[in-house]
Ligand binder design. Structure first.
Ligand SMILES: Nc1ncnc2c1ncn2[C@@H]1O[C@H](COP(=O)(O)OP(=O)(O)OP(=O)(O)O)[C@@H](O)[C@H]1O
Ligand SMILES: Nc1ccn([C@H]2C[C@H](O)[C@@H](COP(=O)(O)O)O2)c(=O)n1
Length: 692
């Protein structure tokens, strides 16, 4: 993240996330813990407090009202409570970006014997406050909103409160908590009735501070005048922060993630239920719920998920998770629909609009609905530059979607992330590290490790056909039919990495020849290959990415080494040996776990990437191909090479049944490229129409 203004985050693609993570403390609980500790009698200890901008605003406000706070590091606080009566603040209390703070503080301050004013930032100043003003006034609070349409600032005068029975018109933990905080100081009984249970951190924390609420059939009953006693609180990891990693790990196939010490309060974990319904693999282990909040671990394994409908009563339990759920839906198979979520329109930003705008920028088809959206899932997205709209959850959700793009994406205005998740960028780097940018710029460590395990051609490992996370476009064909030329153009147009597998067979042949071996001696060739150190580096040449083969720490020269007459004559012989092909097969597949590919060769669609839905086969009349080769100034027996490639027993050159076959004899290079892009566009790859 860049410091200063404007802030932005560059996210490199990463097909999987792996590792363990512990997220910062829960925002909702941190706010409430400070509030209750400040109102309690005695000194409370709060551990794993979230030092985010939002929560620090709450802390500052209570300090301004005479509460003494000692800090041990950044996340342990000792709060000396004021036994219910705070000092009048000298100036307005700043709630920053936090709706939770403003709404809960309104409940507390309505009962204090002094005048107070609550202000917020631009985004908070647009959020509706009528929902708390109405019940507080019923409790005889003297509160008014100074902004247009019942928006902040809030001005509060001292008054004596009385308990009420109040049925929440919309399920809202903030409104419920505001009333309960006011109810602590009200005469008589306060009863809040909710039709759908909202998060119950306030009720659980009240209990930890010695105030019992009665909870039955959606009724929460509180007797006014009960005294809060100091407590020792451990704030669990914030499930809503963990949600970004849970969503990412669940939706990125082959990911493996453990989330430790996270809050597993059932009013917060609706996301898990929805992801399970979409086909996710998640295991939940509650490790401690002795006092207050259940805390535990989650294990998540990545899968291709299926679209779902999220609506009705389950919305309230995932309201903060809807941005990441929309992103997960964008990567799932089929349609994901979010309904009854009009509340999203009055969050830190209009989240429905923000999500729809950003999904479209990433090339995702999405329909905006009054109360949600309908998202057409896809396998991956196009790189994009998007806005956070000043909303932390929008910024983080789209950083996750960017992992599934073919190239780096940029999220603008990301300072807001610190309102709930300081350290998000570091965690993103840690979980994606082994697959990130430095991998592309440095020689490919991962593939080297993989190949080095193949110590002998006679000890070949069976090829595991694990699911490839990125699209692979295969272009096979006869010699000089135009494969390399066309494949490079397609790779440029899509931003994919170009991989010429002919160059791989040529590099091996060149090395065998330069070591003095007779290519007709199969045993010797196989034995020599078992000692070769083969690896691959992805290089960026201008705006174009290319996989380069490195053999025994040398990069062979394309013209003089790989395309010499000797290599032209010998390569089809070396390529006909089954054990050589088996050795090179995992090497070629492994690259596809790292980056979207355009691969060209002879058996790409038939053997190496048979699962690819994007297969092409190029051919042209022999005389035309011979002419093209001659024009290149190369000595090459095109006809002989084709014959050898077509007649070998292992992975012969053929047109896969499901490939699009193109005869390029009378087609210009541009025409061939256009035809391929058109097919790819129709198959749903993110190609801008002008390119297709
Ligand atoms: N459609 C086309 N029309 C005319 N020339 C073409 C066409 N496609 C490719 N060429 C030219 O033909 C030559 C051979 O093309 P290219 O190297 O792309 O073929 P290839 O199939 O990759 O060959 P190889 O099998 O040796 O790797 C190049 O000089 C290229 O510019
Ligand atoms: N997937 C592949 C790629 C290449 N070969 C062999 C057969 C070719 O004649 C030779 C050189 O390829 P070119 O550079 O001309 O594309 O390598 C193969 O068998 N399988």
């Amino acid at each position: 993240m860049a410091s200063g203004t404007p802030s932005y985050l560059i996210v490199e693609p990463c097909p999987v996330i792996k590792g363990e993570i512990e997220v910062p403390g829960d925002k909702s609980i941190s706010h409430r813990a400070i509030m209750l500790a400040s109102l309690a009698r005695g000194k409370s200890k709060i551990r794993h407090f979230l030092p985010s901008e939002d929560c620090l605003c709450t802390l500052k406000a209570f300090e301004a009202m005479g509460v003494r706070v000692e800090k041990e590091g950044k996340t342990t606080l000792f709060v000396e409570g004021k036994s219910g009566i705070l000092d009048p603040p000298f100036e307005a209390l700043d709630c920053g970006n936090s709706g939770t703070m403003m709404r809960l503080m309104a409940g507390i301050l309505s009962a204090q014997p002094f005048y107070s004013r609550l202000v917020g930032d631009r985004s908070l100043s647009r959020r509706p406050m009528h929902r708390i003003i109405e019940p507080l006034r019923l409790m005889e609070a003297k509160i008014r909103a100074e902004g247009e349409g019942n928006t902040p600032p809030l001005f509060i005068e001292p008054s004596s409160l009385k308990g009420i029975e109040y049925k929440l018109p919309i399920p809202s933990a903030q409104v419920k908590s505001c009333i309960l905080f006011a109810g602590l100081f009200a005469s008589g009984i306060t009863r809040v009735i909710e039709s759908v249970p909202s998060r119950d951190h306030t009720e659980r924390l009240f209990e930890q501070f010695g105030v019992r609420t009665l909870r039955e059939n959606g009724h929460i009953v509180l007797h006014g005048g009960m005294k809060l006693e100091s407590a020792d609180i451990v704030v669990p990891g914030d499930f809503s922060s963990a949600a970004f990693w849970i969503g990412a790990a669940a939706a990125l196939p082959n990911s493996e993630l453990r989330v430790r010490s996270v809050g597993l309060n059932p009013t917060r974990t609706g996301l898990i239920k929805i992801l399970l319904r979409m086909g996710a693999q998640i295991e939940e282990f509650v490790e401690s719920d002795m006092k207050g909040e259940p805390i535990g671990s989650l294990w998540i394994r990545g899968n291709k998920l299926k679209g779902t409908v999220i609506e009705g009563d389950e919305i309230v339990g995932v309201i903060d998770e809807l941005p990441i759920l929309a992103v997960v839906g964008a990567l799932a198979e089929g349609v994901t629909e979010i309904r009854n979520a009009q509340e999203l329109r009055v969050k830190e930003t209009d989240r429905i609009k923000a999500i729809v705008t950003n999904l479209r920028a990433f090339g995702v088809e999405v329909e905006e609905l009054v109360d949600g959206m309908r998202i057409q899932g896809r396998d991956f997205v196009q790189p994009a530059r998007v806005e956070s709209f000043g909303d932390h959850r929008i910024a983080m959700a789209f950083a996750i979607l960017a992992l599934r793009a073919s190239r780096a994406s940029r999220i603008d205005d990301v300072d807001c992330i610190s309102t709930s998740y300081p350290g998000f960028e570091q965690d993103l780097n840690a979980l994606t590290h082994s697959f990130s940018k430095d991998w592309i710029e440095e020689p490919n460590k991962k593939i080297r490790g993989f190949i080095e395990r193949l110590t002998g051609a006679d000890k070949l490992e069976p090829v595991k056909k694990k699911e490839i996370p990125y699209p692979v476009i295969t272009i096979d064909g006869t010699t000089a039919s135009g494969k390399s030329t066309v494949a490079q153009e397609i790779a440029k147009a899509l931003g994919f990495t170009y991989f010429n597998t002919g160059a791989l067979y040529r590099a091996v042949t060149w090395r065998i020849l330069s070591l003095g071996y007779d290519v007709h001696d199969e045993e010797k060739v196989v034995e020599a290959c078992s000692r070769l150190k083969l690896r691959c580096a992805i290089q960026k040449i201008d705006s174009f990415y290319k996989a380069t083969v490195i053999l025994d720490e040398r990069v062979p020269d394309e013209k003089t080494d790989l395309r010499s007459a000797e290599v032209n004559a010998a390569v089809s012989i070396v390529a006909s040996y089954a054990r050589i092909r088996e050795w090179l097969l995992p090497f070629q597949r492994e690259l596809a776990y790292q980056t979207p590919l355009v691969v060209e060769g002879r058996d790409m669609g038939s053997v190496v990437f048979p699962e690819s839905p994007y297969k092409f086969f190029l051919d042209a009349q022999l005389e035309e191909r011979e002419k093209r080769r001659e024009k290149q100034g190369e000595k090459d027996d095109v006809e002989k090479r084709d014959r050898l490639d077509q007649s070998r027993s292992s992975a012969p050159l053929l047109c896969p049944a499901d490939a699009v076959r193109l005869d390029t004899t009378k087609l210009s290079i541009e025409k061939v490229v256009d035809k391929i892009l058109d097919v790819l566009w129709k198959k749903g790859l993110p190609i801008t129409k002008s390119k297709a």
